[in-house]
Write a protein that binds this ligand. Sequence first.
Ligand SMILES: [Zn+2]
Length: 367
Amino acid sequence: MAARTYRPRTGKVDAGVALALGFFRMRLICLLNQCQHFPGFVYQKARLCPHSLIEIDVRPRRGSKPVCSGCHQRGTAYDLLGLRRFEFIPIWGFAVLLLYHMRRVDCRTCGVRVEELPWAIGKHQLTKTYMVFLAHWARKLSWTETASSFRTSWDKVCQAVEYVVAWGLEHRSLGPIRAIGVDEIQYAKGHKYLTLVYQIEQDCTRLLWIGKDRTVKSFEQFFDLIGQPLSEGIEFVCSDMWKPYLRVIHERCTNALNILDRFHIVAKMNDALDDVRAAEARRLAQDGYEPSRSSRKPGGACSSARPTSPAPNASGSATSCATTSRPCGPICSRRTSSNSGSTTPRHGPPNSSTTGATRPCAPASSR
Ligand SMILES: [Zn+2]
């Protein structure tokens, strides 16, 4: 398309091509006015350029006053700055640039300041719309793939994501939080972890916070962020048995039920059973009994008494319910302000007699 329709502005263009070009420009500006109309500004001209580029001139509407970037009030235009290019969403494989001479404002409050634009912020070369567009695709593709797909750079994709994240944090409403899940994720070789906290409620599942490391200090930053009233309002906390997490949950979520990861509970229980079995074997050997061949094997008679390990799809069901919020029959440890004992639940089979029948997720619990 570009090869057939593009002509240098100084060259001769036949009538048919000129008509097509005029039609194209009109349609493009109509489209822009439909989807991105900015009061006080006019899309003046659109032209095809080499290298699959569309440039669109933008000018202030006659009589419109610029907005001060300091106090956001309208003021008198002071002078014009050099031409700036703002990247807009590509169309049909063509990069789109908005070209605009920014004005300076003679503001009574702030003095002479650069005007504020409705389509861009600060010194960003990307329009706000394009940054939202890139950040949307950066959730589906890698940042490198996003940059190559839309003919921009990795740095600009990063800028777009930072812009959207900053906007989200600024407009975030934490609100009441009833249930959270905490888990760690390894992000590099060695013991390099991040702590992730999710809100896991039926009508709201979202990532609330990410912190570096998986220490008491790092996890406490989350509760410092949400404050004491919200912390004390949390009713359920899903976590694994990482001790720093258990400690912080015990100290900060004084009214919460701590739901522990079933995989770790079963692993601890199996370890305890192995200890008992080994002690029994030693005692029998001291009493002069000859251990049977089957009992020496890991899968022998003794091990057959072991409780059923996680289901065949253990890799799925045994993962932390904190991150999946699936009803996977977790084992709970009731935690109240009056419970000053250890935060680590006891090992061994969960005691069904202590099951809280009114608790929605307590097939087995230990107080
Ligand atoms: Zn001002």
